[in-house]
Design a binder for this molecule. Structure first.
Ligand SMILES: [Fe+2]
Ligand SMILES: [Fe+2]
Length: 135
């Protein structure tokens, strides 16, 4: 199973977003630890739910700024968020049915998606946010 930590090269130069990305990463790390330490399924479900909720909160924050600043790539970006939320729900359902066997796939998927999304799609709005005075 991969591990994840926030590093300065992931910064988007916007304080609130960097803060939320760090929280997001911390929850994935918690999930990794819960799975790795073979915590009770109920605890793992709680952490998974936390991840789903935090993802939604973070996406709402970004999308709120997209609307406010009329960001040109907001639709494509929102689609990536929606896809991730759906994929997480599917993983959660699979976890309820199949159990710990899907743990590695789930953690690796979340890490790969988040790192790629931060370094790809999220970086694209930085100039727009900065142009609107958000740092
Ligand atoms: Fe995003
Ligand atoms: Fe983000």
């Amino acid at each position: 199973m991969q591990k994840i930590i926030w590093t300065p090269d992931m910064s988007v130069g916007v304080e609130i977003i960097d803060y939320q990305h760090k929280q997001f990463i911390d929850i994935i790390a918690d999930l990794h630890a819960a799975l790795y330490e073979h915590k009770l399924p109920a605890q793992i479900s709680v952490t998974l739910k936390k991840l789903e909720e935090y993802a939604s909160l973070h996406f709402e924050t970004e999308e709120g700024y997209f609307n406010k600043f009329n960001y040109e790539f907001k639709d494509e970006h929102r689609q990536e968020h929606e896809k991730f939320k759906k994929d997480l729900i599917s993983f959660h359902e699979r976890y309820e049915k199949e159990g710990i066997g899907i743990a590695e796939e789930l953690v690796d998927f979340s890490i790969d998606w988040l790192v790629e999304h931060i370094e790809g799609e999220d970086q694209k709005y930085v100039k727009c946010f900065h142009d609107h005075g958000l740092f």
